[in-house]
Design a binder for this molecule. Structure first.
Ligand code: ZN
Length: 175
């Protein structure tokens, strides 16, 4: 059983962001650095942070792979205890391992794509192809919007607006 599926070509940060938002889970530090960028390394996410919306690691493996990660060993069961193989510990949680990642990612998006996702799927999401910070959207031939937050709080402020389809951030005061 899976309660929340990644949308077509969605990146893993977007998927986890939606899961945390929908289920009211305060675990955004697992995907966004203190400096406001998407984390290069995700590592192990605690079971209680993802258990409400992920059932099996393989259901999100494509979203991980498209984002430059491998994910495996979803040890989310209640009662699971950390296991040891030689000197490696396998703690409970979702393990997301970077593949050839050299830097964290900026938050960027095409506002017209976001609008079409909201119309088609009933919600916004971010595409894995946007992680490489393209200058424009090939589908709409429009400039991508790039966000330069100063910290995680600002990144979350902008993401909240992006996910409800707002592109003109000047209309909003930072809190
Ligand atoms: Zn677009």
């Amino acid at each position: 059983m899976i309660t929340l599926k990644p949308l077509p070509d969605e990146h893993i940060y977007s998927y986890l962001y939606r899961g945390y938002s929908i289920y009211g889970i305060d675990a955004f530090q697992t995907i966004i650095n203190a400096d406001g960028l998407f984390k290069r390394r995700i590592g192990v996410i605690k079971p209680e942070h993802v258990r409400p919306f992920i059932a099996r690691a393989r259901d999100i493996s494509r979203a991980c792979h498209l984002s430059g990660f491998a994910c495996f060993s979803l040890e989310l069961q209640f009662g699971y205890k950390t296991q040891y193989f030689d000197s490696s510990a396998i703690p409970p949680g979702l393990k997301i391992v970077p593949l050839n990642k050299t830097k964290p990612h900026e938050i960027s998006f095409c506002p017209r794509c976001i609008q079409s996702f909201i119309t088609t799927y009933g919600c916004a999401y971010l595409l894995s192809s946007w992680l490489s910070s393209p200058s424009h959207c090939e589908k709409h031939n429009t400039l991508m919007i790039k966000i330069s937050p100063k910290n995680r709080k600002e990144a979350l402020f902008y993401l909240k607006k992006i996910f409800i389809g707002i592109e003109d951030f000047s209309l909003f005061e930072m809190i």
